[in-house]
Design a protein around this ligand. Structure first.
Ligand SMILES: Cc1cc2nc3c(=O)[nH]c(=O)nc-3n(C[C@H](O)[C@H](O)[C@H](O)COP(=O)(O)OP(=O)(O)OC[C@H]3O[C@@H](n4cnc5c(N)ncnc54)[C@H](O)[C@@H]3O)c2cc1C
Length: 447
């Protein structure tokens, strides 16, 4: 049986989760195995076409957009191999199209877990690593830092098994490169023994958080905080490893009230109200931030990291040198109060260790991530432009999957290895099969 094709008629229009991007691919192909994937890539290149793999469509940017061949890897999504290591960790080979939720469950069933995760689990593994998706933890890196090998199909239809010791330059672009090295067919992850986390959430004055920031960031395994614009209140979240015998789950009722009603249900209502009456946003945010309460619970790591995000939003996120985060937040506070810009969504502030991945937003520096959101039915342009200008003053690097306005000229100044990435692309994709407008803008054209 052949790959599932959309046939001769145009494929149905595609749009991303945030409704910021859309596309009408000429064909949609869902290969059932590696051979079909190879055939699809090779034939697209042979006729001078363009191809983009798409994951869950959770990027806000046009990273996955194509008007030619759209590739879906839902059938390359299984656990292929588990190699236990002496310290209890393991190398696990999985199909690159696997959703993080399925991956987490498959790992848990084997007593294993990802070292760190972001705040949702609906993305594909390939999509998440390709844009530098990250969680929080000053001693930890993003998801791509947990990758130790990739199976990649390059433009000519060649299959490469790459790793830090086998074609390390291609490995660099394969594990975090917006799909420009080729199509990821499988990924090898270094995963750790399953662990439990205690989550402590606590409202705190923003000024106190900023005054104690280093202690909070360095004194917890995973620290983050949320801050509602126009208020001086924050919600801090500390997730720390606990031994297995500590059991303190959230009651089902509290879970329902906090996560379903307050975070999603009531939050949806306050955002609709904000869209209808923008000048009421400072008052809405004041009420929302006063409604935050403390709670503590424990759970399996993946369950604690991940939450449901049902209120749709647009997002811009900048990776800043950690030492500048307090100044940036104060300047954002000044701008928001000065302009009265209606922003009903909280900012989210997270942290990461420096790493050495060529295109990682945390490359070579201790990093603080500041994410600005806007309800998807409200204008975001002025807010994001101001944020981008302020983040730019301290050398901020935009998340590859979230809205931003930078191009490759500026990004070359921010990434010492961007020219190396272009050199590798020219080697493995000389005619530009994996190009699209977004990739041309941020990395520069090849082909
Ligand atoms: C509600 C929400 C919450 C989020 N939370 C976080 C968070 O906590 N932390 C964070 O850092 N980001 C977060 N993001 C951003 C998100 O993780 C990234 O945008 C991620 O890339 C989305 O994965 P996806 O599977 O949807 O990939 P897509 O957006 O569909 O694709 C992303 C890129 O990967 C490429 N790609 C996909 N599959 C392959 C493949 N097989 N081979 C090669 N390239 C491929 C695509 O071509 C594209 O360039 C969030 C986004 C949303 C909407």
């Amino acid at each position: 049986m052949g790959a599932r094709h959309s046939g001769g008629s145009p494929a149905p229009a595609w749009r991303n989760w945030a409704r910021t991007q859309s596309a009408t691919p000429r064909t949609v192909v869902q290969p059932r195995d590696l051979e079909e994937l190879v055939r699809t890539v090779a034939s697209t290149t042979a006729r001078g076409g363009r191809l983009r793999a798409v994951g869950a469509g959770h990027s806000f940017t046009g990273a996955a957009v194509t008007d030619d061949v759209q590739l879906r890897l839902d059938d390359l999504a299984g656990v292929e191999r588990v190699v236990p290591l002496p310290d209890g960790s393991a190398h696990v080979t999985v199909g690159a199209g696997i959703r993080l939720r399925t991956l987490n469950a498959a790992l848990a069933a084997r007593g294993l877990a990802m070292r760190n995760l972001g705040d949702i689990d609906v993305q594909t593994l390939a999509g998440a690593i390709s844009t530098g998706t990250h969680g929080t933890g000053a001693r930890l890196g993003g998801l791509a830092t947990q990758v130790v090998g990739c199976r990649l199909v390059t433009a000519a239809g060649d299959v490469h098994e790459v790793s830090p010791t086998h074609d390390p330059e291609l490995f660099e672009l394969a594990r975090l490169g917006l799909g420009t090295a080729g199509v990821l067919a499988a990924v090898i992850l270094h995963v750790v023994p399953a662990f439990r986390l205690r989550a402590q959430e606590q409202p705190m004055a923003l000024a106190t958080v900023l005054a104690d920031l280093d202690a909070l960031v360095d004194g917890n395994d995973h620290f983050e905080f949320f801050w509602f614009p126009h208020t001086s209140g924050a919600l801090v979240r500390r997730n720390n490893r606990v031994s297995d015998d500590v059991e303190q789950p959230l009651s089902p009722l509290r879970h329902l009230v906090d996560d379903e009603l307050l975070s999603n249900g009531v939050f949806a209502v306050t955002n609709r109200l904000a869209a209808a009456v923008p000048r009421a946003v400072p008052r809405i945010n004041a009420v929302a931030s006063r409604a935050l309460t403390a709670r503590t619970y424990t759970g399996a790591s993946a369950d604690v990291f991940v939450s449901r995000r049902r209120v749709r939003f647009c997002e811009m996120e900048y990776a800043l040198p950690r030492a500048h985060v307090t100044d940036v937040l104060r300047e954002l506070d000044g701008w928001l109060r000065g302009t009265g810009e209606p922003v009903p969504f909280p900012l989210e502030i997270r942290f990461a260790a420096p790493d050495d991945l060529w295109l990682s937003t945390a490359h070579g520096r201790e990093t603080a991530y500041v994410a600005a959101h806007q309800y998807y039915r409200m204008p975001y342009r002025r807010w994001f432009d101001a944020f981008e200008r302020i983040a730019g003053q301290v050398g901020g690097r935009p998340h590859w999957g979230k809205l931003h306005g930078l191009d490759h000229a500026r990004l070359r100044e921010l990434y010492p290895h961007l020219a190396d990435a272009q050199r590798v692309r020219a080697r493995v994709d000389p005619t530009g099969t994996f190009r699209n407008d977004y990739v041309d803008r941020v990395l520069g054209p090849v082909g």
